[in-house]
Design a protein around this ligand. Structure first.
Ligand SMILES: Nc1ncnc2c1ncn2[C@@H]1O[C@H](COP(=O)(O)OP(=O)(O)O)[C@@H](O)[C@H]1O
Ligand SMILES: [Mg+2]
Length: 348
């Protein structure tokens, strides 16, 4: 079975509520890398719920995008995968099945060992991801020394190679430099090197280019794409920039108020959910297109993690809402191979 046909059949099994998904056959498990089911993140007693039952699947070697405006719960969902949730946050329900194992059920020690080696994370701000008092070399070679128990010399040689693969022109000089001497783009190259050092099966990139200027952002995106393609790494690329994803991701999950509103491969050409449409309408034109199209901002603000809503969370800002939208939360409806949480597609 190919990855494509697997994804189609796996998605076809998706019903609402998400926890009603049928268990998959053994043969289907082999291509599936990550299967998140009904994942929530809560603070305190559970009234503050920034992530509300997210479903997401990623196959081996696939790049998936997770988009949504600031505060929609993207980072907390990503941190919960890595077991890096901030103090006070917990996962009240859900499963994170990574290579057939439910990470939530693993003991902390087992989970740390698995996450360190087989999952890598790239953060938005590369300076805070690097330790300012250690040289780049100490930080990169430490990964090989700690996880692979390598000797100093061997770890250093491998670090040179890795730093050269991420495009640092003089890897030996970079090895003995401190992070503050590097530009933002060069630091992010180092962070990418560290995330890929142990050849993980999954990389989670949380807004890896947001802190960079547009030309460097494009270089870094291309680099990440090239390296992960060569290694057949699954990538969950989190961003609020739909344009970046158009050349990168096979499919995109659109997140809003802690929920997935749409899962699609055609978000720029044929967005389904009114929110995805609004995001596309608010996109600045591609500089090469010389478009005179006016940008249409989305009025208002989305609900926060403590706000209660009975119907669709986007309804107060939606130009296409109708009666059912205020009555109950729409389920994810299937439209071809896509899913959309909007009553307008209820009869598709
Ligand atoms: N440590 C925290 N304590 C309380 N609220 C938090 C914390 N971290 C994030 N949040 C809240 O959870 C929501 C989702 O945050 P986040 O996942 O960072 O959003 P995104 O990455 O999509 O911008 C936001 O409303 C944010 O304010
Ligand atoms: Mg974030």
């Amino acid at each position: 079975m190919t990855v494509d046909s697997y994804l189609k059949s796996a998605l076809a099994l998706k019903k609402y509520p998400p926890s009603a998904i049928e268990p998959k056959k053994d043969t289907e498990k082999s291509t599936l890398l990550l299967d998140i089911r009904n994942l929530s993140v809560a603070f305190g007693k559970g009234d503050y719920l920034p992530v509300k039952g997210v479903d997401l699947i990623l196959a081996k070697g696939e790049v998936a995008g997770l988009v949504g405006e600031s505060g929609s719960g993207k980072s907390l969902a990503a941190f919960s995968l890595m077991g890096l949730l901030p103090f006070g946050a917990r996962v009240p329900n859900g499963e994170i099945i990574f290579k057939g194992l439910d990470l939530i059920k693993l003991a902390p020690k087992e989970r740390r060992a698995l996450c360190g080696k087989q999952m890598g994370m790239i953060f938005q701000e590369p300076l805070t991801a690097l330790n300012p008092v250690l040289t780049i070399g100490e930080q990169v070679s430490e990964i090989f020394r700690y996880h692979e128990h390598m000797k100093k010399k061997e770890a250093r040689e491998l670090s040179y190679e890795l730093l050269s693969q991420v495009g640092l022109p003089n890897p030996k000089a970079a090895y003995s430099s401190y992070p503050h001497r590097f530009s933002g783009g060069m630091r992010q190259r180092v962070v990418i090197a560290m995330a890929l050092a142990l050849n993980p099966d999954l990389v989670i990139a949380d807004e890896p280019t947001t802190a960079l200027d547009p030309t460097i952002a494009l270089q870094i995106t291309r680099l990440l794409h090239k390296l992960t393609k060569e290694r057949n790494t699954g990538v969950l690329f989190i961003t609020h920039n739909l344009r970046i994803l158009s050349s990168l991701a096979y499919k995109v999950f659109v997140m809003y108020a802690g929920l997935i509103l749409e899962e699609t491969g055609q978000f720029l050409k044929d967005p389904l959910h009114p929110y995805t449409r609004a995001l596309v309408d608010a996109l600045p034109p591609n500089p090469s297109e010389k478009s005179t199209k006016a940008l249409i901002p989305i009025p208002g603000q989305g609900p926060g993690p403590a706000d209660k809503f009975k119907g669709c969370p986007f309804e107060p800002r939606c130009t296409m809402s109708f009666a059912p939208c205020t009555e109950s939360l729409p389920p994810l409806f299937k439209v071809d191979e896509r899913s959309v949480r909007c009553f307008r597609y209820g009869s598709c």
